[in-house]
Design a protein around this ligand. Sequence first.
Ligand code: XMP
Length: 513
Amino acid sequence: MSQTIAVLDFGSQLTQVIARRIRECQVYSKIYHYSTPAAKLREDGVIGIILSGGPQSVYAKQAPHPDRAIFELGVPMLGICYGVQLMGHFLGGHVAHSKAREYGHGHLSIKKPGALFAGLPKRLRVWNSHGDKLEKLPPGFRPIGVTENSPFAAIEDLKRHFYGIQFHPEVFHTERGVDMIRNFLLGICGAKQDWTTKDFISHSIAEIRTQVGKSRVILGLSGGVDSSVAAALLHKAIGKQLTCVFVDNGLLRKDERRHVVELYAKHFHIDLRVADASKLFLRRLKGVTEPEQKRKIIGRTFVEVFEKSLRAIKGSAEFLGQGTLYPDVIESVSIGNNPASLIKTHHNVGGLPARMKLKLVEPLRQLFKDEVRRVGAALGLPKEVVWRQPFPGPGLGVRVMGDITAEKLEILRNADAVLHEEMMASGYYYKVWQSFCVFLPVRTVGVFGDERTYDYVIAIRVVESTDAMTADWAKLPHELLQKASSRITNEVRGVGRVVFDISSKPPATIEWE
Ligand code: XMP
């Protein structure tokens, strides 16, 4: 790759978002450690450098500083937030130390549109998050934009093509931020717009091959978007060196296992091992009613079964493949005690790589969900997989209230399949965040023909959401609900009543547990 934009990472959580915006402009970029020597950047053919933000003060003892020689490379540079302060600090300006952080919206008035603000309106809302502030410009620079709090909110050095902005152009709250980044990439660095999903795929295939060599990779396939795309990508890269393991925990939806086998083994010719542990799971779950305990049993048993099937694979593997995405990376690093961050860990095989001396290969680690979907589609995964709704790791285990039995699971599976069909047929499946049935171990009276019945209740849960942190119940057309309800009571034995959940999150969660 000859044309690269280097993003030097000074520890901001937004570094990956910068990289993502660059990809949106169809330009190739690479994230580098902040201390990467200038010589390395030159060797890589870097045509522009972005200095990311970072949580530190340039004066802090541990402050991440770049190789001073990067300022001599003769390539355009854009400093964002902490990046501007570095420019000030290294190029002869002055940065005022501040203990308080300035957070939130500001208004940028553009004084000199120039190359960075070409085509943009004179006034824009921008998003600030910084502590220190540039107080005196380095020689050669001039201000090109001001905000309420900073006369140097945007600066440029026309000769060296150095630009600095105090606010964050990469976040949505900054109006036209992507255009600023695009101006830098195309107008200032002269980057080519030739980086597409296809290029990402061929690039990561090359990377996977280099990383893995002749070794074998094992991947736990759940059928969800992330692991499916990871499997398809790894398979394209290393073919038969990939073995996928699918654990049937007995808590799957109707025909789910068959679909997985058909798609991955029959269609993609992936070496797929199915570990049928449904009996084991159900035995261990017998009589357990407490939600947290059910989860623990399911999680522990999953790891045990998965580990056992790995051991059974001949010519033991050196690598464990995982469909980790960038948001999972941030979650597990930074938001330690946020309950949301615990979710992913339930089915996480946690200590397993170390225990089994496996190295990780995570080809989607830098991507966001929508990018992963594009990669999946480009690899030929069907729409039902690429746009599949989220499904919890513990499966129907969190959708059967009270104790779990094979009979209850069967009822739930059948009801859920009916709802799924109706959601698909009406097109609503792809319009909502999740749609599913919940089994309620309550029996109520009904009539069926001339007979009095005493059957279970199925709840329909359909929610809209963008990130599962909050959710609202979906206002589905009554005709759709009516059809699903009458089909469920008519076609699914054991169900006498269907109810629709009209709770939002919070206070209710999406799953009933
Ligand atoms: P709640 O029920 O907490 O769910 O509102 C939020 C989102 O997370 C999904 N979920 C899980 N996903 N393992 C997962 O991979 C789990 O243990 C788990 N529990 C809940 C849920 O379906 C919703 O999308």
